[in-house]
Design a protein around this ligand. Structure first.
Ligand code: ZN
Length: 254
């Protein structure tokens, strides 16, 4: 008769093996088909996976993990920037997204710097409001969904302007705007209301359409692009580009 410990080990193995098989069958379900196409990994799939605390359908590429904003950014980078022209560039990437990091590194190395205030897996751990880089150190800056977490975002924006070259460009993304004016987090004390308004209870604010004014106040010239400025509605659906993709703020120095 099998010992209890052996039975437990066998049970654990069966549970883990079943979970592994289920996970891979689910991935295969999403991958097989060509109803969707991801511009980041360049591959087709049946559908994008649901993602988010409140799950959004058609959100995450089952192959590379890209979300709506990543696919929008990649489309923008390929259509509206010189990132892929083969000319070496010095680039600064905040809070690097896994689906971008390897690809950016391949294109930009050795002059590709990843940074974050808290993460250990970046090249330089740094505070966006007080960077140690010299003036005009970078040709390209990519900063997505970071500023809404930063208490003194104007100081961060002035730092971004300072380290950007006069002929360089910065792509700045924020969570989709839901109001005309920015709502500062400190004005909301109820945790549930903070989650509803800010999206994340810990965020410093939820930007409104007036975000462009902050960029201009930091001496940036700004061009705002929405999904349908880049592609047709049919293409947007196939790439899973929805209102969750937000807008792209292309900034150059004034
Ligand atoms: Zn993908």
């Amino acid at each position: 008769m099998a010992k209890p410990k052996t039975i437990t080990l066998v049970k654990d193995f069966i549970i883990k093996a079943s979970a592994w098989i289920y996970y891979h069958l689910r991935v295969q379900y999403y991958i097989l088909g060509n109803q969707r196409w991801c511009p980041v990994c360049g591959k087709s799939s049946r559908a994008f996976r649901s993602f988010g605390v409140v799950p959004r359908k058609d959100a995450m590429c089952a192959r590379c993990g890209s979300l709506e904003r990543h696919r929008f950014s990649w489309l923008y980078l390929t259509q509206r920037t010189n990132l892929f022209d083969g000319i070496p560039k010095r680039a600064l990437h905040f809070a690097p997204e896994p689906c971008f990091e390897g690809r950016f590194h391949k294109i930009l190395q050795p002059n590709y710097v990843t940074t974050d205030l808290f993460r250990e897996d970046v090249k330089l751990k740094m505070d966006i409001t007080s960077m140690s880089f010299p003036d005009e150190a970078f040709d390209v800056i990519y900063c997505s969904h970071v500023l809404d977490d930063v208490p003194d975002d104007m100081r961060a924006l002035r730092e971004l302007n300072r380290v950007l070259r006069s002929d360089g460009w910065a792509l700045i993304l924020i969570p989709p705007v839901i109001s005309e004016t920015t709502i500062e987090g400190e004005t909301i004390t109820d945790p549930e209301e903070r989650r509803l308004v800010l999206g994340d209870e810990g965020d410093a604010r939820r930007y409104g359409r007036d975000f462009v004014n902050r960029l201009r106040d930091a001496n940036f010239k700004v061009q705002v692009t929405e999904v349908l400025d880049l592609c047709s509605r049919e293409t947007a659906i196939r790439m899973g580009l929805t209102s969750a993709s937000g807008e792209i703020y292309h900034c150059t120095k004034l």
